[in-house]
Design a protein around this ligand. Structure first.
Ligand code: 0A1
Ligand code: ZN
Length: 851
């Protein structure tokens, strides 16, 4: 079977032939021969009248027995499942019992039931449950599960509430019907960090974070984040938790960040474990966000799930939006919004602009695991934000209440989601729906006219073609606008314009020529095309009252400066240097904001921008000019840096809160600049004194960035050699901050390091992910970056196709570059495509990226 032959289409959806009313599972755990006994209660599905065969999914299962209503059935499974012909099935409820054997120890794909350093764990989303037992493995089949686990291991967990335990067994009962992808089981020698939570209506909940012995003292921040998430969801969305226990388990081998299994979330250990000595401020922020994300799924994902995998954004977009709101409430909304937009542009705009572009709700796929993308997640969240902006906060709250009451216990669709907004507001959302069905980033261009009395703003939208979607209709684009007068006073507070036509003009009375602050708060995921002078950008950086646009003005100014350096060989002028100096030294501004303002445009972002302007990007030149830009800024700020660095030192013990983190971020940004002029003296001294990982790693980066730090790198490894999560940083940093000509050599050497355990996804990503993210290194003219990655993807693919396929997206930007680079990439893609036995996952990705 070729991979094309399995394309799944949204238009083919049909309800399942049968209902599953109860599931009882017994696991007898053994590394190479785990037995899974399943008792499945079926009934005909009234939504599918008539008599139907029963098709169950199942992969890599050894079937040992099969009975129907107690009578043995002699049916031989095929490669993807088994079929019981309608002629054998009663037209009434029936019970099917199966016994299968599986081998968790040899499951390297980390999908289904597998082992991670002696512990058993599962990952079932999206289609992993079929590797555990025969079952209709689709999200619209929801059933109550009871699970019995038999093993000598001390801790035996599954979904729902505990329902009894004894010597070498435990039982769990989940009262909430759920799809199989939310099933989970964990068994191991684990220790709990526990707490008690009482819900708003007074129900006690036992909270446990389960980790390996020795890691218990690194759970406090995750627990604190969980309690704050639970409280926040009650307060903001009126959503309470619904079981007597909530378990979280940290595992070292995990393909993704974490998984929202009902009552038993499973986390990549790097998003749980944190202490000041081992976790950076960014790690703390991510832990808080991911703990919240998985917890919020309990309502948006679990209680209301997806009808089919095309609706993935229904749970993911909404849950990302909710975790972004939460992080903003916990920290700073302005800073959070800037960080989210940086990520959106770096990942989603990049995806939307290349061969892998797809709608937020795709209409076909070969391998669903390839659609856990920035488009589904991050653009999906932007669509929720736009909807909220268009209908207003009160209507949003009402629509959400209706969503929760109307669809609780259901497997819903994007149509259902939009209908609650239509029913709440009376608004027709047919045009808005195009955001879900059409790929690509709209471009909005602007022309202005002022006649002494009236200011006319004309907005034009263009929706570029994407693979399979040549023509597109105009979208509804909320453009938040403010107007400033030349004194810097706001003459129009934020107002939302609705751009619904290809072109529209909006007029405002204005006695002086106003300066527009467009797309405030990044009110829509579009590319705004508006030329402005350096003076105007510097003015907006100084005066815009919208914090996002204030930052955006500085960023646009920096990108203009860097583009001129790259294209014309210009040097950075005083507009940018002075404007940035003023922001950096302005004590009235949040240090976290100032740190973000100091961050230079990313090289990949510059490459995309140049390409969009019709210029073929040269990665080596972008890298060199960006360094030159940093050097110029460093020289300009050098006299002020030591005092600022000293003033930002945090007295007292480390705290991970946003205020302290912001001060550290600015301090490190300044140290990095100072290193360019003092040879790293200040950074080296700070490195020796560092008592937390933010400063330990941050000062090491300052040194690596100027080609220093060899001794510090050795000492770091000696100190942290036993800590997997810290050593992942050690691997990644050396590559991330290597000079372009050295990247391939450094990455190659690290893949030969004894601690390079390439079967562990975190370690693999630390090295090969850092290589792909090093713009000038990965796109090195020699093609060495492209080649090393392909070598390793081909090696990983037979063991772990999911991670291999995800990491292949490094190649998606090839159309931007010159013919030499493009053909080097195409040669690697062709080499992968030709590899015998390539997984469906990687084959689909390679296929979509080939020209
Ligand atoms: N639903 C999880 C992420 C996740 C998705 C797929 C996985 O395996 C293919 C694993 C985890 C979330 O959004 O957090
Ligand atoms: Zn999610």
């Amino acid at each position: 079977m070729t991979h094309q032959s399995r394309t799944v289409h949204l238009s083919d959806y049909q309800p399942f032939t049968h209902l599953v009313t109860r599931v009882a599972l017994t696991f007898r755990l053994a590394p190479r021969a785990t037995e899974v006994a399943a008792t499945l209660h079926f009934a005909p599905n009234p939504a599918r009248p008539g008599r139907h065969d029963l098709r169950l999914d199942g992969e890599n299962l050894t079937l040992k027995s099969l009975t129907l209503n107690g009578k043995p059935l002699d049916i031989i499974p095929d490669a993807t499942g088994l079929t019981i012909p309608a002629s054998l099935l009663p037209d009434a409820p029936f019970i099917l019992e199966t016994l299968v054997e599986i081998s968790p120890e040899t499951n390297t794909a980390l999908e289904g039931l597998y082992m991670s350093r002696g512990m058993y764990c599962t990952q079932c989303e999206a289609e992993g449950f079929r590797k555990i037992t025969f079952y209709p493995d689709r999200p619209d089949v929801m059933a109550r599960f009871r699970v019995r686990v038999e093993s000598d291991l001390p801790v035996l967990l599954s979904n729902g509430n505990p329902a009894g335990q004894g010597a070498a067994w435990a039982e769990w009962d989940d009262p909430w019907p759920k799809p199989a992808y939310l099933f989970a089981l964990v068994a191991g020698d684990l220790k709990a960090h526990s707490a008690l939570f009482t819900t708003a209506s007074g129900s006690p909940v036992q909270l446990n974070i389960w980790v390996r012995p020795g890691d218990e003292n690194r759970c406090a921040y995750a627990m604190d984040s969980l309690i704050r998430s639970m409280t926040w969801d009650e307060r903001v969305y009126g959503r309470e938790y619904d079981l007597s226990v909530f378990n979280i388990v940290a595992v070292d081998d995990f393909n993704m960040g974490a998984m929202e299994n009902k009552g038993l979330n499973i986390f990549n250990s790097k998003f749980v474990l944190a202490s000041p000595e081992t976790a950076t401020d960014d790690d703390f922020g991510r832990i808080e966000a991911i703990i919240a994300h998985e917890y919020f799924h309990n309502w948006t994902g679990n209680r209301i799930t997806c009808r089919d995998w095309f609706q993935l954004c229904l749970k993911e977009g909404l849950t990302v939006f909710r975790d972004q709101q939460f992080s903003g409430d916990m920290r700073s909304h302005a800073v959070k919004r800037i960080e989210d937009v940086l990520l959106l542009r770096a990942r989603q705009f990049r995806e939307d602009g290349g061969p892998l572009a797809h709608p937020v709700r795709p209409d076909s796929f070969v391998e669903i695991n390839n659609f856990y993308t920035a488009t589904v997640y991050e653009k999906g969240a932007e669509l929720i934000g736009m909807l909220k902006r268009l209908v207003g906060d009160d209507s949003y709250a009402k629509a959400l209440d209706l969503y929760f009451t109307r669809h609780d216990g259901e497997a819903a669709t994007i149509e259902d989601w939009l209908r609650v907004f239509e029913d709440t507001t009376g608004r027709d959302l047919a045009q808005f729906k195009r955001w879900y069905t059409e790929a690509g980033t709209p471009r909005v261009s602007v022309t202005e006219a002022w006649d002494g009395k009236t200011y006319a703003l004309t907005l034009r939208q263009e929706n570029p073609p994407t693979p399979g979607q040549p023509d597109k209709l105009p979208k509804v684009i909320p453009v938040a606008l403010g107007l400033l007068n030349p004194n810097g006073d706001e003459i129009l507070p934020t107002t939302v314009l609705e751009l619904t036509e290809p072109e529209q003009t909006f007029t405002f009375s204005a006695a002086t020529r106003p300066i527009p602050s467009l797309l405030r708060g990044f009110s829509a995921p579009v590319i705004l095309e508006r030329q402005a002078s350096p003076e105007e950008r510097a003015f907006m950086l100084a005066h815009d009252t919208d914090p996002f646009n204030k930052w955006e003005a500085g960023r646009a100014l920096a990108k203009d400066v860097l583009a001129r350096m790259i294209v014309d060989g210009a040097s950075p002028g005083p507009d940018w240097l002075d404007a940035l100096a003023r922001v950096t030294l302005d004590d009235t501004l949040d240090p976290a904001f100032r740190a973000l303002a100091l961050r230079l445009p990313a090289e990949d972002d510059m490459a995309a921008t140049l390409h969009a302007a019709g210029i073929t990007p040269d990665p080596a030149r972008i890298h060199a000019e960006r360094r030159g830009m940093g050097d110029a800024l460093a020289r300009h700020l050098a006299p002020q840096l030591p005092a600022l660095i000293a003033a930002l030192a945090e007295p007292g013990p480390f705290t991970p809160d946003a205020r302290a983190a912001g001060r550290r971020a600015l301090r490190l940004a300044c140290l990095s600049l100072l290193s360019r002029t003092d040879g790293g003296a200040a950074a080296r001294a700070a490195h020796v004194r560092a008592d937390n990982m933010t400063e330990d790693a941050g000062t090491l980066v300052c040194l690596l960035d100027i080609g220093e730090g060899a001794a510090e790198v050795q000492r770091f490894a000696a100190r942290w050699g036993d800590d997997r999560n810290v050593m992942d940083k050690w691997f990644a940093l050396q590559i991330a901050f290597a000079a372009p000509d050295r990247v391939a050599g450094v990455a190659g050497a690290l893949t030969r390091h004894p601690a390079f355990d390439w079967k562990n996804p975190n370690r693999f990503r630390a090295v090969l992910g850092a290589l792909s993210a090093h713009h000038a290194g990965f796109h090195h003219a020699s093609g060495s970056g492209y080649r090393i990655l392909a070598d390793w993807l081909l090696r990983l693919d037979p063991l772990n196709p999911q991670t291999a396929a995800r990491m292949s997206t490094a190649y998606e930007t090839w159309p931007r570059y010159n013919a030499d680079r493009s053909s080097l990439v195409q040669a690697e893609l062709a080499r992968m495509a030709a590899a015998p036995g390539l997984s469906r996952d990687l084959a689909e990705m390679v296929d979509r990226m080939r020209s």
